[in-house]
Design a protein around this ligand. Sequence first.
Ligand SMILES: Nc1ncnc2c1ncn2[C@@H]1O[C@H](COP(=O)(O)OP(=O)(O)OP(=O)(O)O)[C@@H](O)[C@H]1O
Ligand SMILES: [Mg+2]
Length: 455
Amino acid sequence: MNVEALAILGERRRIGVLFRYELAADTVVTRFVADEAFVQSMPQPTVSAAWLAESPLQQQALWRDVRSVAFNGRHSARNGWLLPAFFQNLLPEGVFRDRVAELRGCDPRDHFEMLAACGRDLPGNLYALPVALSRDELARYVTQHQDALEMSVTAEPLEDGVSLSGVQPKVGAIRDGERYVARTRDHDTHIIAKLPVVAQPRLPEVEDLSLRLAAAAGVEVCEAWLEPLAKLSILHGYDLGDSDAQTRFLAVRRFDRSPAGRIHNEDFAQVLGVMPEDKYGGVAGDAARSYVDVAAVLMGFDSLGEAAVHELLRRLVVNEMLGNPDMHLKNMGLVYPGGVAPRFAPAYDVVAYAAYSRHQGHALALLPAALAPPGGRLRQQQLSPAVVRAFCAALRIPEKPAAAAIREAVRAAVGQWRGLIEASALTTLQKSRLLAHFDAHPMVQSIARRVANRP
Ligand SMILES: Nc1ncnc2c1ncn2[C@@H]1O[C@H](COP(=O)(O)OP(=O)(O)OP(=O)(O)O)[C@@H](O)[C@H]1O
Ligand SMILES: [Mg+2]
């Protein structure tokens, strides 16, 4: 039996080992086991909010529970044998995944190999590097058929292997003066270059505008700006249609990279232990994840709390006004600036899809099925007063300040969005579609009416 292993490292220390072996032709074990030295160390950096216990003793027990769902992969009818959710969520998705698989010469569904390929440039402050386990370690990690174990060698990470999730064409880049270049052995990428997409004209311009609109409504957004493709010196292999040197891409500054080093982060699929394929909350019904689950996590940390829930609500109403039905679990995250306490990551991947076509509703339901007011499909519900009331009640937070945060965001949008949209680089049709969508939002209408009726 062949065993493959990757050492999982934080900034300067080993956290544990992720290993994989085939128990039988149809049973693959992929498991994370924390190192005893790490388990017994104090204080510990936060690896995932999903892996936190109440007390130091319970924390040790949690790490040692190697058979828990959190530390084991599982089979998916759609995507084969998956890594444990935390690690599966570190992998590239969509066309970016195919690109990395091509460079690595592996099957894009070989998730372990994909993680190994990108092991030096993963999201957050983590590394996954090949490691050879001794006989003793093998025997400790793998309990079945101990006598027939063989260590198989996993190749070193690709020099320019960068992992970013998301389905749109993108490359990791380093800004080098006026140019954007690929990762090198010694330099991390600190920019995400989001490329133009043939089927969605001016997508970088639409996303750039969307982030500025969100900021104008009071949302904390990541830093992003437009650049001409002429400045992008990276071979990427994507079909960019009939773009030319002046066609623009969106440069996004990564909040998990800084001149001083990496900053740990994770997305809400990791936080909630959900596989990427369930990033839209999973199968509809009682078990489906909703934004209340996200808010409940925020309420669990002193460093987040009610203020972070208000920020979530601001993002939700902004999404409604933009026609952005895509704030799924991987489009929200936590970032750990000091390595331990989380902050709500700035908003990213905010896109006004209303500029293309009609959009209503959210990526996840606002409320769990049991709490939602009757009528209509769950993901189509908007932040009506009844929904906000139920949302706050579910979290046991006061409704008034939450409703005020939403109202303030809408008020700011009513004051500033029209001018920003009209001055943007969108086509005339895109502007008019977006404005029509914005003007039709019930809260925008009610605030605009009040402004108009002022003496
Ligand atoms: N500013 C940022 N700093 C750090 N990481 C980021 C930032 N923006 C995005 N990311 C990470 O990169 C991933 C991909 O980015 P993004 O969501 O913008 O791409 P996408 O392809 O449009 O995604 P989707 O599939 O949701 O449409 C995100 O899921 C997130 O993990
Ligand atoms: Mg995304």
